[in-house]
Ligand binder design. Structure first.
Ligand SMILES: Nc1ncnc2c1ncn2[C@@H]1O[C@H](COP(=O)(O)OP(=O)(O)O)[C@@H](O)[C@H]1O
Ligand SMILES: [Mg+2]
Length: 317
């Protein structure tokens, strides 16, 4: 899938040829610096992109249908129920002027399991499940009456209440301290196990991605540069960008570099994509070939791919 933003000047090619599969029940991570296109990808799946966004190529298949072609009514049935999203700032997920309980009633399908009382008790049960004490009473409170960590739990409860098939979590732990982050990651994993939903976990925090995900995509300036099982990416990174991110010792990621390290050089201008490998201007390995020709995705291991001329392709056995 490819997405442009119209800006009045040359369109900005924010995502180019992104291909990703989120298998049922799996936790897939997307990692990349700020501005690499992670949120754009998430919002495209939810069909919540801003008006100046254009999907220039591709499809988003959910339940055998192209999400991009659904009517707004059909999309409303899916959004928040079958595909739910939680944002970095829980105040984005939560409505400030409606009580938590009111919002949790609204999300529940009309007519499903009948009356208000049963919906309310379901809402309380889900709140309790994500660790909100006195859930029954808390239903009548408003988002601002909770701490940041509690708000994020409530936002996750709302995401989970209809037992979605996919939960998209966009930087949900970024604003939280380390202890709260660990609790939220633990909660997400438990909920995945209980509900069996897939999670698309977006973060620029490698430690969090390493802890939670089964597979990961490394996004750089709107392109997937490497993807594969989490252990392959962390122990055998093949793309120089992933290597730079992961630095040398994967075991120490969560202690030392909680955030992505800063890599020298600037991200390319996405209104005028240069020839060659998108990372070549910042790459210490780049050769003439890299500046001239964009590399293909090479399979470098079982289900592990890297977009680099120097990636070690899997040797035929
Ligand atoms: N509505 C928009 N119009 C123009 N450019 C946008 C718009 N939304 C995002 N962008 C640009 O698209 C790029 C990707 O943004 P985003 O998806 O938010 O990245 P990330 O979530 O990885 O930080 C950034 O360069 C950002 O400035
Ligand atoms: Mg973002």
């Amino acid at each position: 899938m490819s997405i442009d933003f119209d800006t009045g000047r040359a369109p900005v090619h924010v995502l180019r040829d992104i291909s990703l599969t989120v298998p049922a029940g799996e936790i897939v991570g997307i990692v990349g610096e700020s501005g690499s296109g992670k949120s754009t990808l998430a919002l495209a799946i939810m069909r919540l992109l801003s008006g100046n966004a254009r999907v220039t190529a591709g499809r988003i298949i959910f339940d055998d249908k192209d999400i991009l072609k659904l009517t707004e009514d059909a999309m409303r049935e899916i959004r928040g129920r079958r595909i739910a999203m939680v944002f970095q700032d829980p105040m984005t997920s939560l409505n400030p002027v409606r009580s938590i309980g009111r919002q949790m009633l609204d999300i529940q399908r009309h007519g499903a399991d009948g009356n208000t009382a049963s919906k309310r008790s379901k809402a309380a049960a889900v709140l309790k499940r994500v660790g909100i004490p006195d859930a029954d009473q808390q239903l009548d409170n408003y988002a601002f009456q909770f701490s940041g960590g509690m708000r994020q739990r409530i936002a996750i409860a709302m995401g989970m209440i209809e037992k979605p098939e996919i939960l998209i979590a966009d930087e949900v732990t970024t604003a939280l301290d380390v202890t709260l982050e660990a609790q939220i990651l633990h909660l997400l994993r438990e909920l995945r196990d209980e509900i069996g939903c897939a999670i698309l976990f977006i973060s620029h925090n490698l430690g969090a991605v390493a802890e939670l995900c089964d597979r990961v995509l490394v996004l750089y300036a709107g392109e997937v540069v490497e993807q594969g099982p989490i252990t392959d990416i962390f122990y055998r990174p093949q793309h120089p960008y992933s290597r730079a991110l992961i630095a040398c010792d994967p075991a120490r990621i969560s202690e030392v570099t909680r955030d992505l390290p800063v890599i020298a050089g600037e991200v390319p201008n996405l209104a005028a994509i240069p020839r060659g490998c998108i990372f070549s201007p910042r790459c210490t390995l780049a050769s003439d070939l890299c500046h001239r020709e964009a590399p293909a995705m090479f399979e470098v291991g079982n289900g592990h791919f890297a977009r680099c001329h120097f990636a070690e392709a899997v040797a035929p056995r």
